[in-house]
Design a protein around this ligand. Structure first.
Ligand code: NDP
Length: 236
C-alpha cells in the first residue's frame, strides 16, 4: 500500500482498533477512526459514529473524505459481545450483536467502497474472530455474527474483485484487551491451556497482519480468512 492511502478504522478509540490505527499512522498513512466515545490515537482524525446508525456513518465518511481524501482502506473492527447460553439469550442480545458486528460491517463497507470503485483500488479488512469458525458455547450470537463476515467478504470479493479491491477477514483468537480482561482468572487459565502458543496475543500482532493485508504485497489475496490465534482454531 502506498503511503498516499487513507485508512478508516471503526472502533479505533481503544483495544485492537486503536492498535490498528496506531500501526497505520506509524507506517505513514492518513488515518481516520470512528468512535462512539473518546478519541483515536495521536495523528488520527477522530469522527463520532455509531455503526448501527447508517446516517451517522454517512456523515462520518463524508467528513473523512473532505478532510483526508477518498478512503482507500477500510477496517471494520467495531464489535460487541453479549455472552450467555442460547437458552437464556434474549432476542435483544442476539439482535444487538448481529446488528453491530455484521450489520455494522455491512454499513461501513457499503459506504466506503464508493470511492474505491471509482479509484479501481481498495482494501476491505473485516475483524472477525476464532469464535466465528470454531464456535464458542455462550456466544451463539457472536459466533454467528463473526461467521457472517466470512460470507460477506467472499460475496464482496466476487462483486468487486475485478476492480482492484480485495476483501479479507482477520480472525483473532484471544487477544489481551478490555474484552478478555472481563474473563475471570480460572477461565483465562483454561483458555490459555487450549492455545498452542500458550499465551494470549497482543493487539499489535493483529495490527501487523491487518497492515500486511492492506499492503501491495497482499494484492492477490481476497476472500481469505487469516487466523491470528496462536494455533487455537487450527483446521477451521
Ligand atoms: P473493545 O471492547 O476493546 O472495543 C470495541 C470497539 O468497538 C470500541 O472502540 C467500541 O467503541 C466499538 N464499538 C462497539 N459498538 C459500536 C457501535 N455500535 N458503533 C461504533 N463503535 C462501536 O474490543 P476489542 O478491541 O477487543 O475488539 C475489537 C474487535 O476485535 C471486535 O470486533 C471483536 O469482536 C474482535 N475480536 C476481539 C478479540 C479479543 O480477544 N479481544 C478476539 C477476536 C476478535 P466504544 O468505545 O465507543 O464503545
Amino acid at each position: 500500500m502506498s503511503t498516499d492511502s487513507v485508512v478508516l478504522v471503526t472502533g479505533g478509540n481503544r483495544g485492537i482498533g486503536r492498535a490498528i490505527a496506531e500501526r497505520f499512522v506509524r507506517d505513514g498513512h492518513r488515518v481516520a477512526v470512528t468512535a462512539r466515545s473518546g478519541e483515536g490515537p495521536e495523528g488520527t482524525l477522530t469522527v463520532q459514529a455509531d455503526v448501527t446508525d447508517g446516517a451517522s456513518l454517512d456523515a462520518a465518511i463524508a467528513r473523512i473524505e473532505a478532510e483526508l481524501g477518498p478512503v482507500t482502506t477500510v477496517v471494520a473492527n467495531a464489535g460487541i459481545t453479549r455472552d450467555t447460553l442460547l437458552m437464556r439469550m434474549s432476542d435483544d442480545d442476539f439482535d444487538a450483536v448481529i446488528d453491530t458486528n455484521l450489520g455494522g460491517a455491512f454499513r461501513t463497507v457499503k459506504r466506503a467502497i464508493k470511492s474505491m470503485i471509482k479509484a479501481r483500488r481498495g482494501r476491505i479488512i473485516l475483524i472477525s474472530s476464532v469464535s466465528g469458525l470454531f464456535g464458542v458455547a455462550g456466544q451463539a450470537n457472536y459466533s454467528a455474527s463473526k461467521a457472517g463476515l466470512v460470507g460477506f467478504a467472499r460475496a464482496v470479493t466476487r462483486e468487486l474483485g475485478g476492480r482492484g479491491i480485495t476483501a479479507n477477514v482477520v480472525a483473532p483468537g484471544f487477544i489481551e484487551s478490555d474484552m478478555t480482561a472481563e474473563l475471570d482468572e480460572a477461565t483465562q487459565a483454561s483458555y490459555k491451556k487450549q492455545i498452542p502458543a500458550g499465551r494470549y496475543g497482543s493487539a499489535e500482532e493483529v495490527a501487523g497482519v491487518v497492515a500486511w493485508l492492506a499492503s501491495d504485497d497482499a494484492a492477490y489475496i481476497s476472500g481469505a480468512v487469516i487466523p491470528v490465534d496462536g494455533g487455537l482454531g487450527m483446521g477451521h
